[in-house]
Ligand binder design. Sequence first.
Ligand code: ADP
Ligand code: MG
Length: 244
Amino acid sequence: MSTGELVIEDLRAGIPGREILQGLSLTVRSGEVHAVMGPNGSGKSTLAHVLMGRPGYEVLGGSVTLDGIDLLALPTWQRARAGLFLAMQHPIEVPGVSLVESLTAARQTVPGGPFPDVLERLNAEAARISFDERFLDRSLNVDLSGGERKRNETLQLGVLRPRFAVLDEIDSGLDVDALADVGRRVQEATSEWGLGVLAITHFRRLLDVLRPDVVHVLSGGRVVATGGAELAEIVDRTGYAAYT
Ligand code: ADP
Ligand code: MG
């Protein structure tokens, strides 16, 4: 069982000429689910990109550590090796690379060393979220619908078993059944191996399945409110106006 913490302290970051995250702090411990909600343009995806080290974003101040390791000093692949995983809001197509090939390469980098049974895990995980096995041999995300791509991200999470996962609107594009499958799978991971989750979402519906321990509201690149699951319900009822 994984134990540890992902600590974001006073993070300031953006694109050249524009600071988007303006002093963001939060700490996720293993096994916890933190929801990050916030209006369009509040910096949620920027947070996800900066955590994973996407080119084009600059860090202007603050720190991000995983068990004391300075993630911001590492290239993306080493952040993944340290145990960080990103489910992208808009998963990209990678023609010519299958899911199996991608996971076989990625398993070299997971904490605890490579695991032998990629196909076994892949099939087991696909069954758990009702992911059609026809898609497993296809090029990564090519010709997949938005919802299928989100299931695909969840599948990769289940196979690689990272320590901390940032889920950028994993619920967008999912129908109700897929939402339940995906939410349940991630929730189970928190107790199965102590996955810590930063779940970026607009909607409370995901949080009915993936139960947040903590809810943060982001506005203008800062955390402006933090609370328990009840905060997501308040936001759902009253909108973000009170927090902007
Ligand atoms: P959210 O995910 O909360 O909707 P984003 O983090 O995507 O918000 O964006 C925050 C703000 O920063 C928006 O105004 C967006 O247009 C801007 N922004 C983010 N990334 C870029 C980029 N690569 N180039 C230009 N503007 C960007
Ligand atoms: Mg976004």
